[in-house]
Every structure is written in structure tokens, then in C-alpha cells.
Design a protein around this ligand. Structure first.
Ligand SMILES: Cc1cc2nc3c(=O)[nH]c(=O)nc-3n(C[C@H](O)[C@H](O)[C@H](O)COP(=O)(O)O)c2cc1C
Length: 177
């Protein structure tokens, strides 16, 4: 089993994919990782649309490229579209009382689970918050009332070496008291 710290260091945003297809079982394992992620009041405010389809994937890619962004997705074989779902009354009341919007937090956690599960299986990902939501909804017949929160590209990286992580120091982000 991969050491957790090795795994999180291996995960990086992949912007250069091989044309190699992704095995369905690996995508199912990623969704299993999301399924067991924690969420506020166990509300599980998510749904995932997995696109692993030679005809559809290039069309998804086009919806991610407003203003010339995310061009690297052109030959990415698979995408996971992360939708926000309405939670049950318990989770909604919890958020209202505490004046917190837990759903996007939960979705972020589930997305991290997906990316790490992908990494563990030799896949590479990029989380994308830049997409044309309307075009994606039209393409995938998603009702206008729903929100797409993130799109994750998934495939095999064409890069052979990992970049070093550019991050703030522990002193800048944490206070031990
Ligand atoms: C919510 C979110 C949205 C992001 N949107 C994009 C995006 O649209 N395009 C992109 O290339 N990278 C996107 N990224 C990736 C970040 O740029 C990347 O995680 C950050 O620079 C750190 O690099 P690393 O993931 O390689 O460690 C996004 C990441 C997150 C968490």
C-alpha cells in the first residue's frame, strides 16, 4: 500500500495527457473513494457524471476552454463532472443554524478523494473550476436548476517527472498554540 505522504506528493495537476484510454474499473474505484468521503451531517451533496467516451470527451473539453483556458484537455480521455445535489433537511438546517455553506466544502473533500484514488491507481488528474457551465449543462442534459461545481480531467500523464510543489510555508499557514 502506498504511504499516504508519498501519495499526496505524487498527486499534481496533469496538463499533458497520453491518448491511452482509462479503464472503467479505475474510474469506478475513484467514485467509490468519493462515495465514502465525509460530509456535513452525512448529507452527501454530490453526484458525478463520468464521461469516458471517445465521442463525448472532446465535446466536454471544448466546454472548459473559454478565453483559451484548459486547452490541455483536448486529448484527455476522461472527465468527472461534479454536481451539487440538494441535501436532506437535517444537513440544510445544520448549515442554516451555523451560517455555513457545507455543500461546497463536502464537494471539495470528495474531489480530493477522487484525485488521490486516481493517483493511487497510476492515473493523473486536474481539478478545474473554469468551465462554461451552461454549455456543459446543455451537452449533458443537466437541468438548469443544478450546479456543476467542478470538472476533473482523468487520464495517463505524458510527463515523466513530478514538478516540485510551490506552496506557502507552515509558518505562513498555521499557528500552533
Ligand atoms: C477548485 C480548483 C479549481 C481549479 N481550476 C483549474 C482550472 O480551471 N485549470 C487548471 O489548469 N487548473 C486548475 N486548478 C489546479 C490548480 O491550479 C492547482 O491545483 C494548483 O496550482 C497547485 O498545483 P498542483 O495541483 O499541481 O499541486 C484548480 C484547482 C482547484 C482546487
Amino acid at each position: 500500500m502506498t504511504d499516504y505522504f508519498d501519495l499526496i506528493k505524487q498527486r499534481e495537476s496533469c496538463r499533458n495527457y497520453k491518448e491511452k484510454e482509462v479503464e472503467k474499473e479505475k474510474l469506478v474505484a475513484c467514485i467509490e473513494a468519493a462515495r465514502i468521503a465525509p460530509s456535513a451531517c452525512n448529507g452527501q451533496p454530490w453526484r458525478f457524471i463520468i464521461v469516458n467516451n471517445k465521442d463525448l470527451s472532446p465535446k466536454i473539453s471544448k466546454c472548459l476552454q473559454d478565453l483559451g483556458m484548459n486547452k490541455f484537455t483536448n486529448n484527455c480521455p476522461s472527465f468527472i463532472i461534479v454536481l451539487q445535489e440538494k441535501t436532506d433537511i437535517k444537513a440544510r438546517i445544520g448549515g442554516k443554524i451555523k451560517d455555513q455553506d457545507y455543500a461546497p466544502i463536502d464537494i471539495g473533500i470528495a474531489t480530493a478523494h477522487i484525485c488521490l484514488a486516481a493517483t493511487q491507481q497510476g492515473l493523473s488528474t486536474c481539478i478545474m473550476g473554469w468551465f462554461n457551465e451552461k454549455k456543459l449543462k446543455d451537452l449533458l442534459h443537466i437541468p438548469n436548476s443544478k450546479r456543476i461545481r467542478l470538472v476533473i480531467s482523468v487520464g495517463y500523464s505524458a510527463d515523466t517527472t513530478l514538478r516540485s510543489k510551490v506552496r506557502k510555508s507552515i509558518d505562513e499557514i498555521a499557528q500552533f498554540i
